[in-house]
Ligand binder design. Sequence first.
Ligand code: ZN
Length: 413
Amino acid sequence: MFTLTRLKSTNNILKTLPKLISGSQIHSIKKNKPQDHLKVKIQGEELQFPYVWLRDNCQCEQCFHYSARSRILDWSYFDPDVKPENVIKKDEHLHVTWPDGHASSYKYDWLKFRSFTTKSQANYNQTIYRPKKETWQGNDFEKICSKHDYNEILQSDEALYNWLYKLSIYGVALLENTPGVETALDPLVAKIGFTKRTHYGVKFVVENVPNTSNVAYLSSNLQMHTDLPYYEYCPGVNLLHCLVQTASQGGENLLSDCHYVANYMKVNHPEEFKLLTDVEVEWSDVGTQDGLEFFKLYRSPVIVLDKHGEITRISFSIPQRGSHFPGSIEDVIPWYKAHSLFYELGHKFAAKFKNKAGNVLVFDNIRLLHGRAGYQDSGNNVRKLIGGYVDWDEIYSRLRCLKVKLNKNGGVL
Ligand SMILES: [Zn+2]
């Protein structure tokens, strides 16, 4: 039965093929015209759906594989100029018949969730794509840095969801009551997915190491920075488990929300902002770790924007910026001035706090700058942290799964 239907539909579509591949109009890109859209009133709202989008998103089993949740229609038979033969509204569904006899039906809720209005697009982003970030400065830190219980996160999806949700909005969260063992991050990361391995290992130990391969492994002042800016696929989130905190003065963390800093610069210092978004610099890390030689280089501006002007990534590290300047010589002096301003504002708007043993500080590595005040180990008090990275891809993925599982998406998908 399936084969028959398939053959019939293929034969019908074949008739449309010569039209598709003959003539030169196929390469001329036309703008959407209202007559290429289906207008439909759903739950009192006038919505529009381009015909081509409806045909492309037919949910029948010939076009869409349910268990793979993937489109399986054969693109070699697809006509981008397709128009429906017939449209019927019935039983909360839109039923469309196409010229080749193929029939599609779409649930109203399903269509509405995907409609093209600005309001609907914003709702989709918030409901399923990514929660909207909220920026903050040092004075807001107490208020925005949510605290979560390590064991609750391991036992409850609700607690796991809350943690990741807050982390995605503010870029920082603190876990308390973490067992004082070096493996404590493992089950936590497993709740999300897996770690991002780098040349510093699956996890890394932060303690004072003379003749180190990385300045983070010294006890002196660690200037504010993002980790691993020399990675094209830069780890998204940093988890720092404090096993032993220094009893001496110092060792405090500094954290600064660069989305706040960048927005401040955009308004108050637009030229410097533009330089930091335009001029690429070269981030670098060269050395040997655990017998593995590495030579990492990556070029990007300090502030990376997407086509909507939203910040997608911050790269900033005094030690891990190379001496090769890939831009033009005219950019050098203005860029250094802009860079200095960014550094200054990063400090001005930073939060300062001293983490405690048993806490895991979790923060967005491509959004926040982090640093540490110098400290002095003494006797049997040796400051020790275990760190690991997880990518935002894994965190957003877990968040969406939990949203659906916990029914926080309003039941639509
Ligand atoms: Zn179909």
